[in-house]
Design a protein. Sequence first.
Length: 94
Amino acid sequence: MCDQCLCNILKNGATCHYTNGLKVLSLFDGISCARVALEKADISVELYYASEIDKNAKQISAKNYPDILQIGDIRNIQVHLIQNIDLLIIVTGK
């Protein structure tokens, strides 16, 4: 994805040239607040990979977004599962 395209999506609400939506990897995903933020910004998501280890957080994410692909502990991510990611999100905090 080009910086200009992402800038246009976030600042101007322009349509992204990714017509099917973005492929997103969210590290330390928690309850998928990054997915909520993308939704509120009207940014479509084609695939959303979530790296999270907390059982309760993963259950909440799965209930709210059943299409999220949980890939587990960041230390064990298999690279072939996350190739061609358009947007990397790192969520931190408690």
